[in-house]
Design a binder for this molecule. Sequence first.
Ligand code: NDP
Length: 386
Amino acid sequence: MTRSLTILGATGSVGSQTLDLVARNPGRWQVEALTAGSDVAGLVSAAKACGARFVAIADAAKGEALKAALAGTGIESGAGESALVDAAARDAEIVITAIVGAAGLPPTMAAVKRGAQIGIANKETLVCAGPVVTAAATAHGATLLPVDSEHNAIFQVFPHDDPAQVERVILTASGGPFRTKSREEMRGVSVADACKHPTWSMGAKISIDSATLMNKGLELIEAAQLFPVDVERLDVIVHPQSVIHSMVEYVDGSVLAQLGSPDMRIPIAYAMGWPERIATPAARLDLAAIANLSFEKPDLERFPCLALAWAAMRAGGSAPCILNAANEIAVAAFIAGQAGFLDIDAIVAETLNMVASGPVATLEEVMAIDAAARRTARALVAKRAA
Ligand code: NDP
């Protein structure tokens, strides 16, 4: 049976791996819509290859170029943020949300509001607006299936019918490229150094978040939104081989884990095929060749972003949204050469101190606090550069 599918963020790392699975399974999915940020050529070539019906580009200035490149193909197009919402609102059974950052929030909400099956990779959406998104999913009958490998692993071994059986949820972390480096050694690292992830190949922003361990912090907050467990039952362990993708410890002391090679097509295929499993070309685990699995405690002093995220999760309300917005600005500044690697945690900490947090109940409140935190973080970046 052919199922309809929309991919938000189709030109990125998760988006292109989703399209790879579509191409390997002819007839299984009909692509309804694809979106991108500003990559016209990538979007057009992906749309032609998979036979998408509609494409949207976030950068409004690229709308005419997109239309011209699609001339004669019969593929409809739109540009600007509202066009992304239009793409998500189209009638596709499954939506993979692979936009990077809080920019994914409005289109994700559009898909949630029409009760779609959503494979959620765009963790920033759940971090900044988790309670709003999950309440809307319940109200509109949408299904949220985690694509992030850790949450996908937890989803596969979680007792959904009886969460009281859970003692602890343990997220694994590779430790990133600077796992063994001192703060002093991290001071002068380049963007290329920070993007050299030891086990996963990913987009720039998440690679840098992995290097600061903010990624694990965002994932803790994401887990608190996706699974009905008290935040004090969420834990992190560093596991450099990235073979165990996360674990659930039960009240009887049993620990259930999901293992696999570090290939995002495994969790993406799980979310696309659910409740069925789909064959993927991911390398099979050769445990004898891997030989050893090791574990260590995360170092919150060398990696303060994880401590900041942990505190924001415990504080709740708008604190995770402020943390996320400040991090997006600080990471963008690092990529642009306007801030150093160690400025990232400093900017996030200062923004959290400067922007008052409190309860948030609506999408509008989330957007307002996100904007305020971004303004503050931008001013802090400018102050450093002056
Ligand atoms: P990439 O940077 O590779 O791709 C991001 C996608 O979002 C691209 O299609 C990009 O378009 C689009 N985009 C960027 N900015 C905007 C914007 N302002 N508005 C609309 N679209 C935009 O990211 P990844 O694929 O690595 O990550 C995507 C999400 O998935 C992130 O939230 C990440 O944390 C999460 N994730 C990623 C994993 C991975 O292995 N990569 C693993 C687990 C989670 P364009 O190409 O035009 O810039």
